[in-house]
Write a protein that binds this ligand. Sequence first.
Ligand code: CTP
Length: 400
Amino acid sequence: MQIILGITGGIAAYKAAELARLLVNRGHRIRCVLTEAGARFITPLTLSSLTGEPCYGANPDQGEWRANPSIEHIELARWADLVAVVPATANILGKAANGLADDLLSTVLLATRAPVLWAPAMNTGMWEHPAVQANLVRLRSFGHAVVEPGEGALACGEEGSGKLAEVASIAEAIQAQGTPKLRSLRDRQVLITAGPTREDLDPVRILTNRSTGTMGIELARAFRDVGARVHLVLGGEAPAPWGVETTRVHSAQQMLEACLARWANSDGLVGAAAVADQRPERPSPEKVKKGEGPETLVLVRTPDILAQLSSVRRPDQWVLGFAAESEHHLEHAMAKLKKKGLDAVLVNDIQGGRGFGAQASTLTPLTAQGPHPPLGPQSKDQLARAVVQWWAQRLEVRPE
Ligand code: CTP
């Protein structure tokens, strides 16, 4: 993407440098536009050095550091695939909400047709002021996205909301805002299970597996980016992605209950979790002592979440599952597809340690008609995007 990063006057302006670097590392082109106040907090030299692109100034006729004086606000506005303002002061929010344009950044914001994203940062009193909140409502009504500030110690010495959101979250929001939306998934509710489940043996011991949850989390991001409303039911410790409603669960039973609670309101389900297939028959409420415990651990089956949700689905709901196989991949996966009543299975070849925690993976989509061309090998974030594109295409032609 070609991104214009607007930087306005606030102490959090230094974090814009970190954001610019992160976005450049992810392959985006970044051109920074500093307001006059922004330029008091961070230098154009820092930004142009980090981005390898010129940094633009407050007024079209101002500033010796404008690398290309011939460029106009219209050209910049056209160049952008997305305009992000990080940090955004109450002042720039007010100007943009009311169509005022008296410097380069506010003019670009008015002239651009690209998506716009705001990451505000200010004193708590200013953030909570009805004028600022009303401006945000207005900006959202234009289709702009807002990455809400967090709470914490502010530079003004106060404690409260108004602290710039985490740089990583802003980068995710930029990715989401800049990704083209897919008709078959836009505003659709997608339920995703991810991560390992854990079954208690006693208060300190658990049965679990090596799943990192990465694939399910990347799928949640990929569905979010194309416009779906994602609800992630997540086991394990991995952090939840930005902009995805998440329910944390421990055991398979909890994962099932969290999914059942949302299934009726969902358009589709992706079962990416590595659900423990067994649990101890009688977990001990107290820590089991050496020598006192049973020699044999008696295990019973956990519920099959995918199969249970699939068995109660409406005809308009779709269900995708995963199959990790080390031999006879397609035969085993086809048996799972039929047994669990799935629309498609993404088959993962885990022979020789591939799969769990691997850097590059391959998935072969399988439907009742047979296997489709494999996706990958690629990193899990790219693979998740490929899965979403593949499935969205199938949804386009799927009878309702
Ligand atoms: N799954 C589930 N609930 C379970 C077990 C699995 O929802 N209790 C889902 C997984 O999220 C995945 C698919 O079912 O989408 C995998 O099916 P499973 O039959 O467990 O296959 P494998 O994990 O490949 O294991 P096995 O080959 O041992 O059956």
